[in-house]
Design a protein around this ligand. Sequence first.
Ligand SMILES: *Cc1c(COP(=O)(O)O)cnc(C)c1O
Length: 395
Amino acid sequence: MAEREVPSRDTLAVWAGEGDPTWEGSTQVPVVHSVSFGYRSVDDWLDVARGRRPGYIYSRNKNPTVRAFEEKVRQLEGAEAATSFATGMAAVSNTLFTLLSPGDRVVSLRDTYGGTSKIFIEFCPRFRIEAVLCETTDHEAIEAEVAKGCKVLYLESPTNPTLKVVDLARLARAAHEVGAAVVVDNTLATPINQSPLELGADLVLHSATKFLGGHADALGGVVCGPAGLVHDIFHFREINGASLHAAPAYLLLRGIKTLHLRVARQNESALRIAQFLAGRPEVGEVFYPGLPSHENHEIAGRQMRGFGGVLSFSLKGGFEAVRQLLPRLKYAHMAANLGAVETLVGIPATTSHVECTAQEMESLGIPTGLIRYSVGIESCEDLMADLAAALDGLG
Ligand SMILES: *Cc1c(COP(=O)(O)O)cnc(C)c1O
């Protein structure tokens, strides 16, 4: 057998960050609800407070359960350091506002997650930060904006909900020429399907609420990258206060132990369902990077190990057909979430772009009649039969 330097992601998903049994030989990471950590000596307490030795003081700053979650994601992303947040949006906002100051310029894409677009459209101007949102797959236009100078290039791939894919290595090279930091939201791909740091990104972040946790029962966010940058973001977050709590950290930690199994199934089912939908007469366009007809299929094939569990499609019958179809699905929650074990369906106005006004959605080019379908881990045959029955009944 060939020698391997590091365990595979499958093994890391299970074992990374778990540490040695700590409390009464427990094999599972304890959920440490304690807000603060007590000391018997002022000198020991000072040593930890001054960073002279590791330890915990107060859970807004650091907590052992939260630490285990950060460590597991850190290893899966192959990063030097990781820090966590109460939500994915806290990961996005704390990262951006750590890196950006008044007068700075950030370049990003029109198709970022709705909450992220909202930061660029509503909040950046308030702090006199110029945010330039480029046509998502127009690499020349993005490179041209980056070449004018910027502090941050913020990317997301695949995007939500139209599953556009950008060439991360190419854009990271362009950003590094002007000394910009490259941040990639890897939520839809997961560390199983894509490793942005290997492709040249400086920071990779997740809404852990989605695939990482995988069970739609805990909110969380995480950012991974070089120790210095991650420490700056950690410091901003510990003062800003958007800290992850131990209880959701434990749920996320447990969810990640099956990440590789869930994502493998979801990759496989999403491709079959995308192919099935593309062959249905009621369906207009199908957006899935695994389809050869997808505009960025070639880039996706180069930078992803799998094409992910989310697809979207339009119906020829327009919004009225969407309104009829969604409630007919037996095996899909109509709910604003993705990446869970259960299949989820929704439309941009109630899911990815729920934070945006109709006008903002139009300016971002988000189609309203689109259905986002996040494939769960159910039998793919059952999901296709469910979709077929719902499509058959369309008036
Ligand atoms: C959901 C999501 C977020 C925000 O995460 P929350 O945990 O809901 O705050 C950010 N980016 C992407 C791609 C998402 O899907």
